[in-house]
Design a protein around this ligand. Structure first.
Ligand SMILES: [Zn+2]
Ligand SMILES: [Zn+2]
Length: 278
């Protein structure tokens, strides 16, 4: 038992991957049991989304090296916004402040991906899934993986977190993203309380609605406070929510890995919102 504990404490990255895979697989099986679509369709849908893991992994592994290097540099040189925060030598102040700061950065990143046209073309591949379930978590265009990790380098340089903060944040972020995409929604009562601070599946499902202005709301990564603060908070019932993106509702295109990867290189125009919800 002691050897096992020592192994996991020395292989934090591997522990995270095992935990991540465990949670995603358990939720996938739970979704399958509750699904009315049938196992064949679920497999087909999962296979397309899981293919994105093979393009994301090498990019992520390579670029994360630079994230770690920047984090080591900022820590050694006491660089970054965290150094302006009073009592930042206290570990609680240090970890909690950086977690919140990095979450604000991720919110900014997500808004940027929606509002800057060339970046939206890549991010919409995530939105093009016509059925949102736990496998949608991994549906990310390889170019977005690249952009996202480059933005992370910028956030690390601006905020100044140590590796420990990044590991803690990555763990929370992974679980939050998995939960946000699961088919299971919270009951209205639970959602009302949890969504005061955190992004819930109920909130993220609205973000996956096929039409504006709902696509452009609930940008939060782990915390929902930024959407409430900056006026991008949106609500839509399960019955009214239709997954996908209005410019790309073709099932054959979205249901193939190659088809989805090609989307950003095709010509299309974003449709305007029918009403203002803010
Ligand atoms: Zn989005
Ligand atoms: Zn999503």
């Amino acid at each position: 038992m002691a050897e096992l504990r020592s192994f996991f404490s020395h292989h934090e990255d591997l522990t995270q991957v095992i935990l991540y895979a465990g949670v995603i697989t358990s939720l996938w099986f739970a979704e399958m049991m509750a699904s009315i679509d049938g196992i064949k369709n679920k497999w087909k849908h999962t296979a397309v989304n899981a293919s994105f893991i093979f393009t994301a992994l090498p990019i992520q592994l390579l670029l994360t090296t630079f994230v770690v290097l920047i984090s080591s540099w900022v820590t050694a040189h006491h660089w970054g916004l965290i150094n302006f925060i009073p009592y930042h030598y206290n570990p609680w102040v240090y970890y909690i402040t950086l977690f919140i700061l990095m979450d604000l950065c991720e919110y900014t990143y997500h808004v940027t991906m929606h509002k800057v046209e060339p970046l939206w073309k890549f991010h919409l591949v995530h939105h093009s899934d016509l059925k949102v379930d736990v496998s949608t978590t991994t549906r990310e265009h390889p170019c977005e993986t690249c952009v996202r990790t480059c933005f992370l380098m910028l956030w690390v340089f601006i905020c100044g977190p140590a590796i420990g903060v990044l590991i803690l944040r990555q763990t929370f972020q992974s679980f939050s993203n998995i939960i946000a995409h699961t088919e299971f929604r919270f009951s209205e009562r639970v959602n009302k309380v949890v969504s005061l601070v955190f992004i819930t599946p109920n909130l993220h499902h609205v973000h996956h609605h096929y039409q504006l202005p709902y696509t452009d709301c609930n940008y939060g990564d782990v915390l929902s406070i930024w959407d409430r603060l900056f006026g991008t908070y949106g609500k839509l019932s399960r019955e009214e929510t239709v997954f996908g993106i209005d410019t790309h509702m073709d099932e054959n295109l979205n249901g193939s890995f190659i088809g989805a990867v090609k989307i950003p290189f095709q010509k299309f125009e974003r449709k305007q919102p029918e009403k203002d919800i803010y």
